[in-house]
Design a protein around this ligand. Structure first.
Ligand SMILES: Cc1cc2nc3c(=O)[nH]c(=O)nc-3n(C[C@H](O)[C@H](O)[C@H](O)COP(=O)(O)OP(=O)(O)OC[C@H]3O[C@@H](n4cnc5c(N)ncnc54)[C@H](O)[C@@H]3O)c2cc1C
Length: 400
């Protein structure tokens, strides 16, 4: 594997870096630095800046309005995005349903949905999990029964991230119960959230934020034309999507940024206290995380090299997911340790009041570290829990 970047790739990195330095909205950066959750408007505004630059969908082919970037260019972009502390794109449209539509959808669906995803004029959310169907997704019960020219949809989806903002939801729903295997009879259906029978109720997470929801469907009429691909083939489409999702969840670029910030922080003297560099036990932990991260980065680059040669990400996406998310939680814990008692208070308003004028805000040494720590408990669960990824590795890599 060759990990030396070409002259063109280095020039591309400079171009991307300049873009983030000059175009990324500063007020959103301030929020990012303080780990203040972004609003719908922040996300849309930032996405449109990238869209205007022609970078609305880094992972899409050019024919659908994407960048047509090589895997290495995508890697460089993600690296620079994290370095600039810019948020990732809303994944549900650009990374999830978009590719499913342009790969398996019909011409009419491509024309109808892709342009709005590209501009983030439509906010999508993901309706896979249900109460009672998470790891064992094939046991999902949401029904979409044919009635003339439409489906009648009934059931509940859960853990629906940012569903409170969504215009549309893509769902795995059961269109046929009379099947030999539970994975059959599941279809991939697009549902307009703004219609009678759809209701959204919040779930508040450990960090106190409203990030996920339950979405209820009661006799919701969905035109048959909103079925993607073949009826009963939803499981196959859904699996393709999950492999891509897991590769992204590894979050190597974000961990790199966080770790470099932590190292910079450890070298500073804060309010006269000795810098953490004098604490060899703590510094050993940072060094161990850096070594882990380097190994993970090379594994990701190897996966990229294989994707560049035309292969789809296989079970290695599970390895990346486990290693990447464990490392991210390890780094979060180091931030907590570095923050000491500043990490303790958990009062929402304090994030912007108590430490607002303190030079440490934005450097990680403040109460944000506890918020990030609690929020990131999710990363080893969503996209398929890490235990499930171990089962996949056991079966498909080790052949057990
Ligand atoms: C913050 C957050 C956001 C999410 N966003 C979305 C979203 O937008 N859309 C969506 O569809 N879903 C979303 N999810 C759901 C996520 O995919 C599921 O939580 C996940 O698949 C686990 O399912 P579960 O919560 O039902 O846990 P369960 O499946 O009940 O698992 C409970 C525990 O048992 C373990 N376990 C289960 N089965 C096995 C097994 N066979 N072998 C070993 N261990 C096992 C699991 O690892 C876990 O530790 C989100 C979840 C979270 C936490």
């Amino acid at each position: 594997m060759n990990v030396t970047f070409t002259e063109e790739e280095l020039a591309f990195r400079r171009e991307v870096r300049t873009f983030f330095e000059t175009e990324f909205p500063q007020d959103i950066l301030q929020k990012q630095n303080r780990a203040i959750p972004l609003t719908r408007d922040d996300m849309v505004r930032w996405h449109k800046v990238a869209y205007e630059r022609g970078w609305g969908a880094p992972n899409w082919p050019k024919e659908y309005g994407g960048t047509g970037w090589s895997p290495v260019q995508k890697y460089i972009f993600a690296d620079e995005q994290a370095r600039a502390n810019a948020p990732g794109y809303l994944s549900f449209g650009v990374s999830m349903v978009g590719p499913i539509i342009y790969t398996f959808g019909n011409e009419e669906q491509k024309q109808r949905f892709l342009p709005d995803i590209l501009k983030l004029d439509t906010w999508w959310c993901q309706g896979y999990s249900e109460p009672g169907a998470g790891s064992d997704l094939a046991s999902l019960k949401m029904r979409a029964d044919r009635h003339g020219d439409h489906y009648l949809v009934n059931g509940t989806k859960t853990w629906t991230t940012l569903g409170q903002y969504a215009d549309w939801i893509f769902c795995l729903a059961r269109t046929n119960s009379d099947v030999a295997r539970r994975q059959e009879g599941i279809s991939f259906i697009l549902i307009d959230m703004n219609q009678p029978g759809v209701s959204v109720t919040p779930i508040i997470l450990l960090d106190g934020e409203h990030e996920v929801n339950e979405v209820h469907f009661e006799d919701v009429k969905v035109p048959l034309e909103n079925l993607v691909g073949e009826e009963g083939k939803g499981w196959t489409y859904g699996k393709v999507l999950l492999q891509h999702e897991r590769t992204g969840i590894a979050g190597v670029a974000v961990s790199k940024f966080q770790l470099s910030r932590l190292r910079a922080l450890s070298e500073r003297s804060i309010r006269g206290a000795a810098p953490l560099t004098g604490n060899s036990t703590f510094m050993r932990k940072i060094a161990a995380a850096e070594v882990e991260l380097k190994a993970l980065e090379y594994t990701e680059l190897r996966t990229l090299a294989s994707v560049a040669s035309g292969k789809a990400p296989g079970p290695e996406s599970s390895i990346l997911k486990i290693a990447g998310t464990e490392l991210r939680q390890q780094i979060d814990a180091l931030y907590l340790e570095a923050s000491g008692y500043y990490a303790l208070p958990y009062v929402r308003e304090q994030y912007s009041v108590d430490f607002a004028d303190d030079e440490r805000v934005g450097e990680g040494l403040d109460t944000n570290s506890s918020m990030v720590y609690f929020n990131d408990r999710k990363v080893s669960i969503f996209g398929g829990s890490n235990e499930i990824q171990k089962n996949i590795i056991a079966k498909h890599v080790l052949g057990l």
